[in-house]
Design a protein around this ligand. Structure first.
Ligand code: SD4
Length: 326
């Protein structure tokens, strides 16, 4: 019908939405269009943080978490902490399309992606990511993701090293471990999450991210978790999320949003409710979701920051960016 296709994305990732729009408008499926849109963001390195060369971990390495979900078949493909392969969303799609699995991780995810024809192994660092990491290491080296108590005989934040970069004995003490103030912010958020309704009204969602800046190596965020960073159900609608994935993945906010809409809640209320459930337990958390129902009604909600999401639908001439205040 006239209300489709529709593309929605976190943040003002206008080029990514245009790429997905071109795809659906040319008759591509929702899944194909989501892959096109998220790939565009990876190639453009949206905000300097999605895709290769984005936010490094404590060791200076950049990795990728990505997810694709088909809201008709409820099939999901995802990769987490993927190294050496630049095309996260395409790797996720390969998992969904060619395997019975849902999530592949780490080096084995890379090996799978490369075996299926994606370019690699390649270095995911960029001059920007190396510079960012070097500065962090040389200056404050503030451990972002450690609680203030670590076992006495452990190295704790193991990047706590001497001026030569060496850890010795039980590692030099870090004086200043911040209790968790959210390290995620507008310009180190690193995530595209996108929903597409194709011409037939079929829905797919996708996510691609480098995760959290200076994360502990091995950390996997909400990006590759269906129901957390994104969720779609053809009968109801879709949701995409961004923010502090370590907290958000405990609540599956996008699953929550879709289920609330299934019960008849308007997108705005469903989105707000998903945020406030998290905020009740973690008042300092930073995050946001967008929600869209089958009628094409969309809304956003956020906590701890101002959120923007982008939409392209048939009655618009171009992508429109919506701003949501906390
Ligand atoms: C993560 N959710 O890995 C991602 C990061 C993000 O806005 O979305 N930041 O936690």
């Amino acid at each position: 019908s006239g209300q489709y296709p529709v593309v929605v994305s976190t943040w003002p990732f206008v080029e990514a939405v245009r790429a997905a729009w071109r795809a659906v408008d040319n008759g591509f499926s929702a899944v194909d269009a989501v892959v096109e849109g998220c790939s565009a963001c990876e190639e453009l390195r949206c905000d300097g943080t999605v895709g290769p060369g984005g936010s490094p971990d404590e060791n200076g390495e950049t990795t990728i978490d990505a997810l694709v979900m088909d809201g008709v078949t409820m099939e999901v493909g995802a990769v987490a902490a993927m190294r050496y392969v630049r095309e996260g969303i395409k790797a996720a799609r390969l998992v969904m399309q060619y395997t019975e699995h849902t999530l592949l991780v780490g080096e084995k995810a890379s090996a799978f992606a490369i075996s299926m024809g994606l370019p690699g192994p390649t270095n995911l660092s960029s001059s920007e990511s190396i510079e960012k990491w070097t500065k962090w290491k040389e200056n404050d080296c503030q451990p972002n993701f450690w609680k203030d108590v670590v076992p006495a005989n452990s190295c704790g934040p193991y990047h706590a090293k001497d001026s030569l970069g060496l850890s010795h004995g039980l590692c030099s003490k870090t004086t200043n471990i911040n209790p968790r103030s959210s390290p995620i912010g507008r310009h180190n958020h690193d995530t595209i999450s996108m929903a597409v309704f194709d011409k037939m009204g079929k829905i797919a969602v996708g996510t691609s991210t480098n995760g959290a800046t200076f994360k502990i190596p091995g950390r996997v965020g909400d990006g590759p978790i269906a129901g957390s960073s994104a969720y779609a159900d053809d009968e109801v609608g879709a949701c995409g999320a961004t923010g502090d994935g370590d907290v958000m993945m405990r609540f599956l906010p996008c699953y929550q949003v879709v289920e609330s809409m299934r019960l008849g809640m308007e997108p705005k209320l469903a989105a707000k409710d998903a945020m406030s459930r998290i905020a009740r337990k973690f008042p300092g958390f930073v995050g946001a979701v967008f929600a869209i129902n089958k009628k094409g009604v969309h809304a956003g909600a956020c906590h701890g920051w101002t959120f923007q999401y982008s939409v392209r639908s048939p009655e618009m001439d171009d992508v429109k960016v919506y701003t949501v205040l906390p």
